[in-house]
Design a protein around this ligand. Structure first.
Ligand code: SF4
Length: 425
């Protein structure tokens, strides 16, 4: 292997160590774990569980592709978890028999040319605890000329490979490192509030979107350098104060957005039930007309796109958030930076435009902010914040349809432009 590979790693990457049996929100519970048929056959050859594997797996089909999923226990936990909450598959068969999902989580690896990028999911409570420790912010550290063994291991765990074919499909991917540098520079510029940083990111993404649509991707790096020149040191603060605010519209849109994203989330979460009760969020009866009888049928109770809520309680939540963010803005920054990398913004969904991917990222921001303001309060602890962050991440960030859902909701609420998005931030 003559080619030299290097890696960019999140500065907390090597600090991560799985908590195993002491993990409260263990990733071995509460969400679907897919395995492919090769992985299943490999386990079947080394079945040391004294019973048929059928009790551990069920057949599943995704896009016409046969797979197996782990048949979770009634409490949502993985049947391979032993009494000490450790993985019996790993203990009895070895790490190499673990399905890719279990072997990799919470790590994720991307590749662009001969550079690997390694980051971590905020859907893991140990990762969130590490984010809380990093008051000076996150960083990407370079690891030069990595070994052959590591290269094969990284390639084996790739989530996204920015190779020639990918660039042919999305020419703007040729500016991957420029766009990444733009996002990290803006999200970590503490001369702006975290809301202003999200707005600045939106302003840049609109232009990059236009360059791509007009086939002028070659101009993106120059535009990014000029934009960052303008941004650094708070130069654009005044310009940002020009965006109008509409508090009531913001709250109603964010409530329905959060409600739908949690409803369609990849896992059950009590977070939104708690918020709904606290804010007395109005629910509406959704009924269909029975085609046979023509009668109205009460189907289910759901949230209207414009729900009423207890404004007095919400104003108290806003007051709490203003105090909370005074010493925790670094944590919100770390959460957004980690997810800018984990969701490979703005290319999470490569069928959608750069601006639509940004809108999804903004929906993650507004939903997390809303949850902090309404779920947390002075009675809550750091453990509650970790619980909330992991639940939001698993429900939204690990939801493969997050980008489409977020855009469907924002379209329905007629939030299509940056000025309209600014109201929500
Ligand atoms: S959530 Fe994180 S710390 Fe907990 S078991 Fe999974 S990988 Fe380990």
């Amino acid at each position: 292997m003559d080619k030299k590979y290097s890696a960019l790693k999140l500065n907390i990457f090597d600090k991560f160590k799985c908590k195993g049996g002491t993990c409260v929100q263990t990733c071995c519970s509460g969400w679907r774990i897919d395995i492919n048929l090769n992985e299943y056959e490999k386990i079947a050859e080394r079945n040391r569980f004294g019973k048929s594997l059928d009790s551990f797996f069920t057949d599943f089909e995704i896009a016409g592709k046969k797979k197996k999923i782990i048949a979770l226990n009634k409490d949502g936990s993985c049947p391979f978890l032993d009494n000490n909450k450790l993985c019996a598959l790993q203990l009895k068969c070895g790490e190499e028999f673990l399905p890719k999902t279990c072997r990799i989580f919470p790590r994720i690896t991307l590749m662009c040319g001969d550079v690997f990028e390694k980051t971590l999911s905020t859907g893991c409570e140990e990762v969130v605890r590490l984010l809380l420790d990093e008051k000076d912010g996150l960083a990407l550290e370079e690891e030069k000329s990595i070994s052959r063994g590591k290269v094969f291991k990284y390639i084996n765990g790739l989530a996204f490979n920015i190779n020639e074919n990918a660039i042919k499909d999305r020419p703007a991917l040729s500016c991957w490192f420029d766009i990444q540098f733009l996002g990290l520079s803006i999200l970590m510029d503490r001369s702006y509030t975290i809301e202003q940083r999200m707005l600045l990111l939106g302003m840049a993404m609109i232009h990059i979107d236009e360059f791509e649509k007009k086939g002028r991707t070659i101009e993106i790096p120059t535009y990014i350098n000029a934009f960052l020149e303008n941004v650094c040191g708070g130069k654009l603060k005044e310009q940002l104060s020009g965006f109008t605010k509409n508090e009531d519209l913001k709250v109603k849109t964010v409530i329905s957005q959060a409600a739908i994203l949690f409803y369609y989330g990849e896992r059950e979460s009590d977070i939104f039930d708690y918020i709904e009760k606290k804010l007395e969020i109005e629910k509406v009866n959704i009924s269909n007309v029975n085609k046979g009888t023509g009668e109205n049928e009460k189907v289910y109770c759901s949230f209207s796109i414009n729900p009423e809520y207890n404004k007095e309680t919400y104003n108290k939540c806003e007051e709490f958030y203003k105090n909370f963010i005074k010493d925790k803005e670094y944590f919100f920054e770390n959460f957004m930076v980690a997810n800018y990398l984990f969701l490979y913004i703005p290319f999470k969904n490569r069928k959608l435009s750069i601006f639509d991917n940004y809108r999804m990222f903004a929906a993650l921001f507004t939903t997390f902010k809303f949850c902090i303001a309404t779920y947390m309060d002075n009675t809550k602890t750091t453990d509650d914040l970790i619980y909330l962050t992991v639940a939001v991440s698993r429900t939204l960030v690990h939801n493969n349809r997050l980008t489409e859902r977020a855009n469907e909701i924002l379209n329905a609420a007629d939030v299509k432009t940056l000025a309209q998005l600014a109201i929500l931030l």
